[in-house]
Design a protein around this ligand. Structure first.
Ligand SMILES: [Mn+2]
Length: 462
């Protein structure tokens, strides 16, 4: 964790921004995988981690804004527990490193909240994303489960987003450390992507580097020679010479900060001439998008710039036609680039996504588009110094989508379906880096990971 003063000032600012009432932040609990004692990997709630720091299950934090008090709630282990877990610090001891003023047993939380509600005071809580949280709020506040989400506090959501969206130098350093581990992972994965092996052998290299660095995976690994399936989590395909593999993975550091990197890897170490054309267009587009990132620019406009770069590049190779800007305005490029350019990154790989994208990635006056492709854009808002975001353009040849659009003659003025047929088995390409918005522009975080085609090929053959 960071020092106590960091967490104290975060909680002070949160109180000030919320204004009055009580702020309830629930930590996460262990969740049974197939029975209670066999739990999934424990992941603390990111907002709890951000403000209360303690990375253990079964806790809750309460800030009384009006009284200026704060309490960590939890139950100390009994000796019968310690037989299984080994000695653990008491709840009172856990408070000190995070600078939390007081602690109390979990049972007191209910009493404390009941007293506040009886006085008509407001209890602020976040929209729950785990069923256990919904049930806890149901019990603690006397709300029916079906209406819990609608009683979430907009003031608390806005205050949490305002702080967490802007990363401190310490947080940026953590993300850079995660990218550094990713670099090692990608160098190992590139060497392992050999014909005759299975995708899971590449995954094994990724996990080896992750574990060897004391990190966790930030999200399930995408590692597939069928990268045209955007979130393909199966890893059983045999890799053949001439396949391209999309590898999208990230780790989180001990403090919980994530990296999120994608590279497209030629199995066997050489792109074919056709692959090279597509790969270079993705890289050119990613570099153009990164170059456009600076404070005051709307990320939606960077997404559209990347889309136009794709439309004009695809026109050059005969897959699209007409005016690239008009093609993008109509949404025709989304046949090949059906997702958003990127998202916020921090304690969550899609940072703060539990809070809702209208708060995090959008802003008043900027609503999510309904157009296919653009509708998946998670981050659209005006950029500010301290934002950390991903830049991940990709081109995909999705046979089912091509067939449907072709049958409907969709965007026939902009798509050259006869030429597209030749690419229907060309699969998927994506390149992703993590970028900090600085005062004057931006900085790609972490040590460079090969991405020029020649550099990727060399790393594969190393
Ligand atoms: Mn990403």
């Amino acid at each position: 964790m960071f020092d106590a003063a960091t967490y104290q000032s975060r909680r002070r600012r949160l109180s000030k921004d919320v204004g009055s009432g009580l702020i309830l932040l629930l930590g996460n609990d262990e969740v049974g995988m197939n029975y209670a004692a066999n739990a999934y990997h424990f992941r603390q709630d990111s907002t709890f981690l951000y403000f209360f720091a303690v990375n253990l299950p079964g806790l809750a934090g309460l800030i009384d804004v009006d009284a200026g008090t704060e309490t960590l709630f939890g139950d100390d282990l009994t000796v019968a527990d310690i037989v299984w877990t080994g000695p653990q610090p008491t709840i009172a001891k856990l408070c000190k490193p995070a600078g939390i003023a007081s602690s109390a047993p979990m049972a007191e939380l209910e009493t404390r909240l009941a007293a506040a509600i009886a006085k008509g005071r407001r209890v602020h809580f976040l929209k729950p994303y785990r069923a256990e949280h919904t049930l806890k709020i149901t019990a603690l506040l006397g709300l029916k489960p079906t209406i819990v989400a609608s009683y979430r506090s907009e003031a608390l959501h806005a205050a949490v987003v305002a702080q967490r969206n802007v990363k401190s130098a310490d947080e940026v350093a953590e993300i850079e450390r995660a990218v550094g581990v990713s670099r090692e992972m990608y160098l190992a994965a590139m060497r392992a992507a050999r014909p005759g092996r299975r995708e899971y052998e590449v995954v094994a290299e990724i996990v080896r580097v992750q574990k060897a660095n004391g990190c966790e995976l930030a999200f399930p690994i995408i590692c597939s020679v069928h990268g045209e399936t955007l979130h393909n989590h199966a890893h059983a395909n045999l890799m053949k010479a001439g396949d391209v593999m999309v590898l999208d993975s990230g780790v989180e550091t001990e403090r919980g900060y994530a990296s999120d990197i994608t590279r497209t890897i030629p199995v066997g170490g050489r792109f074919t001439a056709e692959q090279r054309v597509i790969y270079d267009l993705v890289l050119k587009t990613q570099l153009a998008a990164i170059a456009a990132i600076k404070p005051g620019v709307r990320y939606k406009d960077v997404h559209l710039l990347a889309s136009r770069s794709f439309a004009s590049g695809l026109k050059e190779i005969g897959l699209m036609k007409g005016d690239p800007a008009e093609a993008v305005a109509a949404g025709a490029h989304a046949l090949f680039f059906p997702h958003g350019l990127g998202h916020m990154l921090g304690l969550d790989v899609h940072d703060l996504e539990n809070i809702g994208e209208q708060h995090v990635g959008y802003e008043p006056g900027l609503e999510r588009s309904g157009q296919f492709g653009l509708s998946y854009l998670r981050l659209a808002r005006t950029l500010k110094p301290g934002f950390v975001l991903t830049v991940e353009p990709g081109l995909y040849f999705i046979p089912q989508l091509i067939d449907q659009w072709k049958a409907d003659k969709r965007h026939a003025a902009f798509v050259n379906y006869r030429e597209v047929e030749k690419f229907r088995n060309a699969r998927g390409y994506r390149i992703e880096d993590d970028v900090l918005v600085t005062r004057s522009g931006n900085r790609v975080l972490g040590p460079p990971i090969p991405k020029k085609a020649e550099d990727v090929e060399a790393a594969c053959r190393a």
